[in-house]
Design a protein around this ligand. Structure first.
Ligand SMILES: [Zn+2]
Length: 79
């Protein structure tokens, strides 16, 4: 990660039954979204590689710069 990103750029995720979920979409507000290929994308982001997450609910794209144990860190404010 290039430098500390503000908390406004974070979005929390959950992993349940080996699938990646967002409890809410930052773009359209849809709840309990299962992300296609989410675990693979999480692994990439956790290595600090820019990763695009395509929201199945509204087709928005979350561009993640990194991820930690709880959050994706986006290149834009999400909250
Ligand atoms: Zn959405």
């Amino acid at each position: 990660m290039a430098g500390p990103l503000p908390f406004s750029h974070t979005w929390p995720y959950d992993v349940l039954m080996k699938e990646l979920y967002f409890s809410e979409c930052p773009y359209c507000g849809e709840s309990n979204i299962q992300m296609p290929n989410g675990r693979k994308k999480l692994s990439r982001a956790r290595e600090g590689l820019r990763t695009e997450l395509h929201m199945p609910c509204c087709n928005a794209t979350l561009s993640a710069l990194a991820a930690d144990d709880d959050y994706f860190w986006a290149d834009e404010p999400l909250r």
